[in-house]
Design a binder for this molecule. Structure first.
Ligand code: MLT
Length: 404
């Protein structure tokens, strides 16, 4: 008889965003006439920009002619996209990343999840608390998390609390981890890291042989020119870090799917190149992002594409401002939303995250994400996303404020 991976049995409930979707559809079924605004999952609402659409149309034309049709693409992405990434995202910032260190994929979520394949299941993993649940759940699936306790913590994970008291900046943990997940600008708290803060982690990882798994999916939302967009802006990071990047939020690709992961060639553990391991993993288990999608992604780096995507990012960041200022003027304590598309708001009157989530759903018809879903230290907060339409965002804020 085939036996299952028992680690799956240890996972509590459903994946956070599936649980929220379930609750919202149950409420919708009972209240079919209720107009519900979602500021829950960070899913974009604005269409692909014209430069991307044109590039995709042209690519469809190529696929429709015998002379220009493409089958399987290169394992790790077409040169036209990889070179555009290297030039625009790294060389332009003075970062030395070469084409063979970039691996194009179908999502930062999948890459953050799959990266565990190249690490021992005995590694000690550190995560921020609250945290994007994918890091935790996928390590639990792999058997690195131990048992899930009544306190909402996994027995083997090292939790690094990010609270208002520490400015949502994790402290170096007491127990030395082998793998450290960091996400900046942060999902869910909206906090951003300075170069000095990242340097502490890079030095620590290099001293201890840990690897930093750096999720930088929201770097395009940074407005402060002093803040780093990539961990590779920090000296020494090429020897201890892997970086995940995504076009999902930057250019509206949540449904289209395109991202990339950077694994420097200098990064070795036990004498083995992690770049080689990840390349081997990807070429065995993944057949690449569709040509049409990669053509669309490359168009983001044209002058027109840059201008158009910038204007969509500004549009979302204006939503962030509307949420931040609207809630804050109404007396809420809010964080984030300055260099990140997420606003982290304290629940009023000591309400639990899920109770406040229910209240906002039922009384305001607004979907948020309960902070507790991101980890025990998220209790007492909700997360709001700036990815709605401007109109719906304004309405949602008015509805929330009118309850108080
Ligand atoms: C979120 O809401 O945290 C994200 O949209 C989820 C994701 O990117 O997978």
């Amino acid at each position: 008889m085939a036996r299952i991976n028992e680690n799956f049995n240890k996972l509590p409930g459903s994946y956070l965003f599936s649980e929220i979707a379930k609750r919202v559809s149950a409420y919708r079924a009972e209240n079919p006439d209720r107009d519900i605004i979602s500021l829950g999952i960070g899913d974009v609402t604005q269409p692909l920009v014209p430069a991307v659409v044109k590039a995709m149309h042209d690519a469809v034309d190529e696929m429709s002619a015998k002379e220009t049709f493409k089958g399987y693409g290169p394992d790790h992405g077409y040169d036209f996209l990889v070179n555009a990434i290297v030039d625009n995202e790294f060389a332009a910032r003075g970062i030395d990343i070469s084409a063979d260190e970039v691996f194009v994929s179908d999502g930062a979520k999948s890459d953050c999840a799959n990266i565990g394949d190249i690490f021992s299941t005995d590694n000690v993993v550190a995560v921020c608390d609250p945290v994007y649940p994918v890091y935790v759940d996928t390590n639990a699936m792999a058997g690195r998390a131990g048992e899930f306790g009544a306190d909402g913590r996994w027995s083997k994970l090292v939790y690094m609390p990010c609270t208002a008291e520490n400015g949502f900046t994790p402290a170096i943990p007491e127990k030395t981890p082998d793998m450290i997940y960091l996400c900046y600008p942060n999902n869910p708290t909206g906090a951003a890291a300075t170069k000095e803060q990242l340097k502490v982690w890079v030095d620590y990882a290099n001293k201890n042989g840990s690897v930093i798994l750096y999720d930088s999916a929201y770097e395009a939302f940074i407005s402060d020119p002093e803040l780093p967009h990539s961990i590779f802006e920090i000296e020494g990071a090429e020897e201890c870090a892997i970086e995940f990047r995504s076009f999902s939020k930057t250019a509206g690709f949540t449904g289209t799917r395109c991202a990339y992961t950077v694994v420097p060639k200098e990064l070795k553990r036990e004498g083995v190149s992690l770049n080689k391991l990840w390349g081997r993993r990807q070429s065995t288990k993944f057949n690449g992002t569709p040509y049409i999608v990669q053509r669309g992604a490359a168009a983001i780096f044209t002058e027109q594409g840059k201008r158009e995507t910038r204007s969509v990012i500004d549009y979302y960041m204006n939503n962030a401002k509307v949420i931040r200022e609207g809630l804050s003027n109404a007396g809420f304590t809010v964080y984030g939303g300055m260099n990140a598309p997420y606003i982290w708001a304290k629940t009023p009157d000591g309400l639990s995250s899920w109770d406040f989530f229910d209240k906002l759903l039922k009384e305001a018809g607004v979907v948020t994400t309960p902070g507790a879903g991101f980890g025990p230290s998220g209790e007492g907060y909700i997360r709001l996303t700036a990815f709605g339409s401007a109109e719906a965002t304004g309405q949602a804020v008015e509805r929330i404020v009118s309850l108080f």
